[in-house]
Design a binder for this molecule. Sequence first.
Ligand code: COA
Length: 175
Amino acid sequence: MSQTANPRSTPAVTVRPLQPGDEAEMRSLFCQTVHQVNSRDYSPEQIQVWASSANDEARWRALPQNSQVLVAEQTGKVVGFTNLEADGHIDMFFVHHQHQGQGVGKRLMQSLETLAQAQQLNRLYSEVSITARPFFLRHGFDVVTEEQVERQGIWFTRFIMERSGPFVSRMTQEP
Ligand SMILES: CC(C)(COP(=O)(O)OP(=O)(O)OC[C@H]1O[C@@H](n2cnc3c(N)ncnc32)[C@H](O)[C@@H]1OP(=O)(O)O)[C@@H](O)C(=O)NCCC(=O)NCCS
């Protein structure tokens, strides 16, 4: 009998709307991703200020009121999230630091594209980190401008990036 093992399949990532109880996991994911991933491109002082917004109660409370929140889940665990405001603004886009480079971001972007298409948006745009810039470029966004923003006395470089519709996923059109 053959000893060849079946290749282990990776559990599927599903993208769904925000559910009650997600917030704590999302805040923790955000904080850890900033510390573990964005720290490649930003200084310890910048990371400290950025991660501290995990404790900004008003911001997290407002998130589902001001936007549609999409949560990526794998075997019951939140592995990423993003959100879409009515005018096409993407405020947050974060993947779990232990699930980077596994296609979670791609799944979230495809779901954003589906939402944008359903809502007949003609533009998606975001203020994108240095870290996420290559990912957004890969997904058809262009850099409109580079800007410096101040938070708690610390300055950050980020990029205004946008993509025009129609929003049929460019990634899925490829072989
Ligand atoms: C940017 C981010 C969301 C990407 O998520 P991810 O799940 O790692 O990305 P995926 O695995 O889905 O990658 C999708 C595609 O983008 C490419 N890509 C992703 N990150 C990349 C990078 N840093 N440089 C170049 N290409 C990149 C991948 O190669 C892949 O292309 P392929 O399909 O041709 O192989 C993730 O790295 C992240 O959470 N970054 C930190 C948080 C952050 O800065 N968020 C934005 C705040 S504005």
